[in-house]
Design a protein around this ligand. Structure first.
Ligand code: ADP
Length: 494
């Protein structure tokens, strides 16, 4: 379906979303009546306003989740599975409007937004299938004198905090396993992109999720609202996706009441191309790893290490492909590169580029903001990047490929691992032994082997080192929301 491109249509869509707080099944204004602005990054202008939750609203939302927990834990896995399945189908029936909503608040091109809506829905489908496969265990103890029964139970009320870069998928990746496991929850989406989460909450209610199981609080006062919840002792599980800096603050707060947690934090992904790689594949995958979401992804290729024998061809071909991309507001069907999320992010990308250039990097394409309204940055390729440049030790989060050259496999692995992060690494080679050796030596949670995208609802996503704790998706994704209880039964011989 082609979407009519005009402001009236945008406003009608945005106004159709409930923009209040969802607490105990009721949509309510913030306790002090406050609202916060949601902006359109392609214009820099306000799109709409949503409720701005207070500390008291946060407490009410958590109380609702706590109240709903016992009854929800007792529902049958089949019922939970069916709610998720219904939500999956509703999302597909509204795919275009959800995609446009996401594009309006976040900026990504419509085609990518549609891709994210499908990806987000897949978490509902996957965990609908997992809900009815939760199992435990039975064993005879080694001395033969006891029987051990292990049963899985929901961990309890969860606090889910999501970022703005994948507004729908980061929500379903947490909510779907929580629902499947029988947990209730408070969801706090990013203030930049609350609309996708609010739309999703309505869809889950429509799919039959009981009142109080999912509570949504949008707020500009995250620190103030969240800390008392984590210290209250009522949250049993924290699942966070966002920056390492905020993750560390939350871990400390969660530590005060010993809360289970999953942390999906930042990345600094190496993208390594050996000289035996298929360059067609390597360039294609570089486009995916770098340009998906305009580079605003924790999985984005951040440090490109290209073997000196192929660096010239690779950089030239990548710069040609990146230079040919159409930069335009995401709702333009021809758009391939949307705006960055805000002025601060665009300015940070520009500062990182200027820092690299001042240290000797060569600009092969792009290298500047796009001088129009909104927060666009030109797709950029830099070569000869000095590893001391700030962009090599921080997430660029923008459409900039920073290329370094290497000759020796041992050296490139050491360089790739020389970072506090360890989310994902990409390797391009046709040598199976090299592929396996380097895959095993990289200190990361995920490897893209001749692949530019690793995320899939059916596989475990997560990092090592300061990239996080725990895994989302796959068979293990639901374990993050379950506690295993042992029932130990000695047998007294008669
Ligand atoms: P980014 O820099 O990409 O916006 P953040 O880590 O700041 O990443 O944000 C990720 C999520 O964490 C957002 O929902 C944001 O509102 C939330 N957040 C930020 N600071 C805090 C905090 N002190 N306590 C709880 N949540 C926070």
């Amino acid at each position: 379906m082609t979407i009519a491109v005009h402001q009236d249509h945008f406003q009608t869509l945005v106004s159709s979303i409930n923009r209040q707080l969802l607490i105990d099944g009721r949509w309510t204004a913030a306790a002090d009546g406050a609202t916060m602005s949601v902006d359109n990054p392609a214009t820099g202008r306000e799109l709409t306003e949503v409720a701005d939750a207070t500390v008291a609203d946060g407490r009410r939302a958590l109380e609702a989740a706590v109240r709903a927990q016992p009854a929800w834990a007792k529902t049958s896995p089949r019922k939970r599975s069916e709610i998720l399945t219904r939500a999956y189908h509703i999302i597909h029936s509204r795919l275009d409007e959800l995609a446009l909503l996401m594009t309006l608040e976040m900026g990504k091109p419509l085609d990518e937004a549609r891709g994210e809506v499908r990806y987000a829905a897949e978490f509902l489908r996957w965990f609908a299938e997992e809900a009815v496969r939760i199992d435990g265990g039975f064993a005879t103890t080694p001395d033969g004198d006891s029987r051990a029964i292990v049963v899985a139970a929901p961990v309890g009320p969860c606090l889910l905090i999501t970022p703005w870069n994948f507004p729908l998928a980061m929500g379903t990746r947490k909510m779907a396993p929580a629902i499947a496991a029988g947990c209730t929850m408070v969801l706090k989406p990013a203030p930049q992109t609350p609309l996708s989460s609010l739309a999703l909450a309505e869809i889950l209610s429509e799919a039959g999720l009981p009142d109080g199981v999912l509570n949504v609080i949008t707020t500009s006062r995250a620190g103030e609202v969240i800390e008392p919840l984590l210290r209250s002792g009522d949250v049993r599980k924290l699942s966070f996706t966002g920056s390492t800096a905020v993750g560390k603050i939350l871990l400390e707060q969660a530590g005060s009441s010993v809360i289970r947690n999953s942390m999906e934090l930042g990345g600094n992904a190496p993208f390594i191309v050996f000289d035996d790689a298929d360059l067609d594949i390597a360039v294609e995958c570089a486009m995916q790893a770098k340009m998906r979401n305009m580079g605003e992804a924790c999985t984005a290729g951040n440090r490109f290490y290209i073997h000196e024998n192929v660096v010239e061809e690779f950089s030239t071909r990548l710069a040609e492909r990146m230079g040919a991309l159409r930069v335009a507001p995401g709702w333009d069907e021809e758009s391939q590169v949307g705006p960055l999320i805000d002025a601060q992010s665009r300015d940070k990308v520009d500062r990182l580029v200027r820092d690299a250039v001042s240290r000797g990097a060569t600009v092969v394409g792009g290298g500047h903001p796009v001088p129009e309204e909104g927060f666009f940055y030109a797709p950029t390729v830099l070569t000869n990047v000095d590893p001391a440049s700030e962009m090599c030790s921080t997430e660029i989060f923008g459409p900039v490929a920073a290329i370094q050259t290497f000759t020796d496999t041992y050296d490139v692995v050491a360089a790739a691992n020389d970072t506090d992060w360890g989310l994902v690494g990409y390797i391009f080679t046709q040598d199976i032994d090299k592929a396996m050796n380097v895959s095993e030596e990289l200190e990361v949670g995920m490897v893209g082997l001749n692949a530019g995208i690793v995320s899939n609802p059916a596989t475990p996503f997560g990092g090592v080192k300061q990239s996080g704790l725990g895994r989302e998706g796959g068979r293990v994704g639901i374990d993050e929301f379950l506690e295993y209880k042992l029932i130990s039964m000695p047998i007294r011989r008669t």
